[in-house]
Ligand binder design. Structure first.
Ligand code: 2AM
Length: 189
């Protein structure tokens, strides 16, 4: 038995690395994909692939498979309106060498969706990683950036309309991450 009370070895329930996210629409992806490639060629590093670009709402990490139904139920209880927001700036984090696209404005509808989702997840006992830190909406464009960008290029404003949020399972391999959509929840119109 591990210190946290969960069984070790073959009796340990299988886990999935999961998070809630938004998938960009095609118009947003056209810009994000282009800027990711430009960023990687200018500063070095690995551009994220178009089919994997997303915005994380709540990261849960490794969750036993038998806990997934509770996450689904929690997500189903989220009541939030469909909304639009704007990605209009690039950012760079030195600690993990990520170049990302984010928002210069507050984006209250997006923050409200995250607050409600995190609240419902915590109500079923889920541990949301970083759930107590301020949420910084971002789409990762380049990982393992080689050169610290001294000045970041402008990001053409991307208007993104959200009609749903999703639960994704991340599978990591040598080729990078692949994401499987485990569930979708519409936002109210
Ligand atoms: P990143 O792009 O900034 O690395 C799948 O890994 C998604 O979950 C990515 O969007 C990733 O953010 C995010 N993620 C990974 N670990 C996380 C953590 N500890 N807290 C919050 N988000 C995390």
């Amino acid at each position: 038995m591990r210190p946290d009370g969960r069984p070790n070895g073959p009796n340990r329930p299988q886990a999935a690395r999961v998070f809630f996210a938004l998938w960009p629409d095609d118009a947003a992806l056209d810009v994000l994909d282009r800027v990711a490639r430009e960023g990687a060629s200018r500063f070095g590093g690995n551009a994220t692939r178009r089919e994997t670009q997303h915005l994380t709402l709540a990261f849960l990490g490794d969750v036993p498979l038998d806990r997934l139904p509770a996450l689904n139920e929690a997500a189903g209880r989220v009541v939030a309106p469909a909304f639009a927001f704007t990605l209009d700036r690039l950012g760079y984090w030195r600690h993990n060498r990520i170049l990302w696209a984010g928002c210069s404005g507050n984006e209250p509808a997006l923050a409200g969706l995250v607050r409600r989702l995190v609240g419902e997840l915590q109500a079923v006992g889920a541990r949301v990683d970083g759930g107590s830190r301020p949420f910084v909406p971002h789409v990762t464009l380049v990982r393992k950036v080689r050169e610290n960008p001294l000045a970041l290029p402008d990001l053409p404003a991307v208007r993104w309309t959200c009609h749903e949020f999703v639960l994704l399972r991340s599978r990591l391999s040598a080729a990078g991450a692949a994401y499987e959509t485990l569930g979708r929840w519409p936002l109210a119109h």
